[in-house]
Design a protein around this ligand. Structure first.
Ligand code: ATP
Length: 754
């Protein structure tokens, strides 16, 4: 049945283009020639080599004959050599999703229709039922033999079967089930492959450096995950398995250094919460509302000093003791700070170090400085090459809080201390000769200090990874917020634009252009009154601009026209991107869109710079907001507003004042209502009408997470586009069920090459 569907789908576009819904009868005929079986579909006949097994049971991998036959029959064959990586072919992808659950899809792919590897991954993920915003989306593809697929050429040169995984580390049983699904009739072959996988998944590779990470729950949106972090509900399972890996690698070390976090997690894992803990957890329960929790550090866990102390050998006990003392000192200071200063983040800032390395500016929040020499003395010096063991010795790396093209960002603690930081782990292998980007990011971040920028505290590197210890901004990124809420009220959008403008004003005054301003790089800080602030992150593309720059880079949706025109650009490109963000915040979709995701068309629209305020989405939005959008999306960079001018824009000033007013009102509402949940109902986010999903908006795909920068790709894309114009985008997702598993047959329908 399964194969029959593949056959049908492969054949239908060519033979039955007129009526896709007609079911094609499948029947086997007598063998016309020795070694061939013929299959009939309606009036058409397919001839296949007579294998020992009937067509329905033919698998992929070791027995691949059916593919050639299908392609020949489907009419794609003539143009391509069988061995050519550009020939269209059917591939099967299986993704394990939780216990005893597999998803399987088959895709008919044409190399020339797939523009980028990122798009291919997005399409595969979507076909498997994980859209690009989903935390369980496909992040990694492997061949059955365990080789990771990194590029389109890898993909098209590999076989016809792939294993897909999210960010979590697959278990050997997942892999086994997946291989069995791929090769149900070849247990011996599966066993051989499994042996290869066992080597890959051995404990040594199970450290952070393996590139696998513990996943966030797949049924939750990233924002919910962020919410969990904010509410200080430690993701026990994730942490546990991470710690299990560390334990496997170095048991002795764990015995000595097992910190309070471990104790807490282990306790949770054993489900033996003491009454005391339960009551504490209960107390924390109301703190479910991220908006009311604020972005401050999670409530410090209870320190079980006794147990930690008992386990330690002499000299290390001392160091640990010092740290423990220090940590309780910090907690005391935190408590005092919390009393004096209601903004928990500011308290957190006060306890971040090393103070000497971060230049402080007038505009940094004025906070009480706490001596924390011990913490920083325990850590390897900034910028130093260290071993992976050293990283694990110093840092307790927890669950994933975000990821990008090059890096995964984890929640992290310095062992023995309670504060939570973010650890950005950059995979050097993914940089592909762009190592200077990360060097650049580190150098620039070290020189910057502003409340609207994410702070870098330490950097280390191992052979394979770069580790950046940063301030944790626990509310997720703006992209997640937009994906969740659709759009925002004018006061709320104005506040966010004010934050971005402040960050830009600061870096532009230092002649630094960020060059990759987009929602994914703006981190969200929640406040107890329901408002949010943004912090700018990811300085990978930032540079000091002293004269016009010509490098084409950025992210398509947000790229400024002067970058595309290659006439030389400066810091004004960031203001353009801010204009795009303002448009998105107010309407829920970007100002320049190509329904076909055709970059050439998109770039053409950007260069034209015509902004249309589509009805009904913009009908209720004030003229002042539209004026600002137009002034930011001004094609001529010399006429475009600057960040400082944006801060003085009358609509912005007025809307921010209104936001302050609403904030005060909300605060009094909270006081009156008492509970955080009630407050949420009154938050301005939820009062917002979400954009209707009309055909027009659907067509333009509201806003995509931009995983792809256009560095070096612009020219390539321009060339490729010409070849691609005649090809259509993927369509069709078909669900079939087999052996209780959900199967999805996705067919990328393309015009056959002429
Ligand atoms: N300090 C932080 N605190 C919390 N989350 C963070 C922090 N820094 C980054 N993140 C999260 O991690 C994600 C990836 O981080 P970042 O953008 O720095 O990675 P990248 O690989 O350099 O990205 P890109 O693909 O844009 O080059 C961000 O979108 C954000 O959600």
């Amino acid at each position: 049945m399964w194969t029959r569907n593949l056959v049908e789908e492969a054949v239908r576009p060519k033979w039955k283009a007129a009526d896709h819904r007609t079911k094609l009868p499948l029947c086997t005929n007598s063998t016309p020639r020795p070694g061939l079986i013929s299959y009939t579909f309606g009036s058409k006949t397919l001839r296949c080599p007579a294998a020992n097994r009937p067509l329905e049971k033919v698998g992929i991998g070791p027995f691949r004959w059916e593919e050639r036959v299908l392609l020949r029959a489907s009419g794609y064959h003539g143009r391509h050599e069988e061995a050519s990586p550009v020939r269209p072919r059917i591939v099967t992808v299986v993704r394990p999703c939780g216990k005893h659950n597999l998803r399987k899809i088959s895709l008919l792919l044409n190399r020339r229709a797939v523009q980028t590897f990122e798009l291919l991954m997005a399409d595969v993920s979507e076909a498997l039922g994980f859209p690009c915003w989903h935390s369980g989306r496909v992040r990694r593809l492997f061949s059955p033999a365990g080789q990771e697929i990194h590029s389109l050429s890898d993909f098209f040169r590999s076989g016809n079967a792939f294993l897909a995984f999210g960010i979590s580390r697959p278990s050997i049983s997942d892999v086994q089930a997946t291989l069995q699904e791929l090769y149900p009739d070849s247990p011996g072959y599966c066993d051989n492959l499994l042996r290869l996988w066992e080597r890959i998944l051995r404990p040594k590779a199970a450290k952070t450096d393996s590139g696998f990470h513990d996943d966030v729950p797949q049924d939750e949106s990233s924002l919910n995950v962020a919410l969990k972090l904010v509410t200080n509900q430690p993701p026990a399972n994730n942490l546990q398995s991470f710690q299990a890996q560390v334990r496997q690698n170095d048991r002795g070390r764990r015995e000595r250094q097992k910190g309070e976090w471990d104790n807490r997690e282990d306790k949770r894992a054993n489900q033996s919460q003491t009454k005391e803990e339960k009551s504490i957890d209960k107390k924390k329960e109301p703190v479910y509302c991220q908006s009311c929790r604020g972005a401050g550090p999670p409530i410090p866990p209870i320190v079980n000093k006794k147990s930690t102390k008992l386990e330690k050998p002499n000299h290390e006990n001392k160091a640990q003791d010092n740290r423990m003392k220090n940590s309780s000192q910090i907690k005391k200071t935190e408590a005092v700070n919390l009393k004096n200063n209601p903004n928990p983040l500011q308290n957190k800032v006060s306890i971040l170090g090393p103070q000497a390395e971060i230049p402080r500016e007038q505009d940094m929040p004025k906070v009480e400085m706490v001596e924390q020499k011990d913490l920083w003395e325990e850590l390897p010096p900034d910028g130093m090459q260290v071993s992976l063991e050293e990283i694990h010795r110093c840092y307790d790396i927890g669950s994933v809080v975000g990821d990008g093209n090059f890096a995964v960002v984890y929640e992290c603690r310095v062992r023995g201390f309670t504060q939570t930081f973010a650890m950005k782990v950059v995979d050097k292998a993914k940089l592909h000769g762009r190592g200077h980007m990360i060097q650049n990011e580190i150098a620039l971040l070290r020189s910057l200090a502003h409340s609207r920028l994410v702070r870098l505290l330490r950097s280390h590197h191992t052979d394979k990874h770069v580790y950046l210890l940063m301030e944790l901004v626990a509310g997720g990124d703006l992209f997640d917020a937009i994906a969740k809420y659709g759009k925002f009220s004018e006061p709320c959008a104005a506040r966010m634009i004010q934050d971005i403008s402040q960050a830009l004003e600061y870096i532009h005054n230092k002649s630094i252009a960020h060059r990759d301003i987009k929602p994914e790089n703006l981190l969200v800080q929640w406040h107890s009154n329901g408002n949010i602030n943004l912090k700018l992150a990811d300085f990978g593309l930032a540079m000091v601009v002293t004269e016009p720059v010509f490098t084409v880079c950025g992210t398509p949706t947000y790229v400024a026209p002067e970058i595309l025109a290659e006439t030389g650009y400066g810091v004004a490109v960031d203001v353009w991107a801010m204009g795009v963000i303002l448009f998105v915040l107010l309407s829920g979709f970007p100002p320049f869109r190509s329904p076909e995701r055709n970059q050439e068309e998109l770039f053409h629209l950007i260069q034209k710079g015509e902004v249309h305020f589509l009805s009904p989405y913009w009908d209720h939005i004030s003229e002042g907001a539209k004026v600002l959008v137009r002034a930011l999306l001004e094609v001529n960079p010399t006429v475009r507003l600057t960040a400082s001018q944006t801060l003085q824009n009358s609509w912005l000033v007025h809307a921010v004042a209104q936001s302050d007013h609403e904030e005060a009102k909300n605060s009094s509402n909270i006081n009156k209502k008492g509970t955080i949940q009630e407050h949420r109902k009154h938050g301005e986010w939820e009062n917002q009408p979400k954009p209707d999903k009309t055909a027009e908006i659907d067509q333009v795909t509201q806003i995509d997470r931009n995983t792809e920068n256009i560095t070096d790709k612009y020219r390539e894309t321009n060339m490729d586009q010409k070849n691609m114009q005649s090809l259509e985008r993927p369509s069709q997702v078909k669900e079939i069920s087999k052996n209780g598993h959900l199967l999805k047959a996705t067919v990328l329908v393309q015009k056959a090459p002429e």
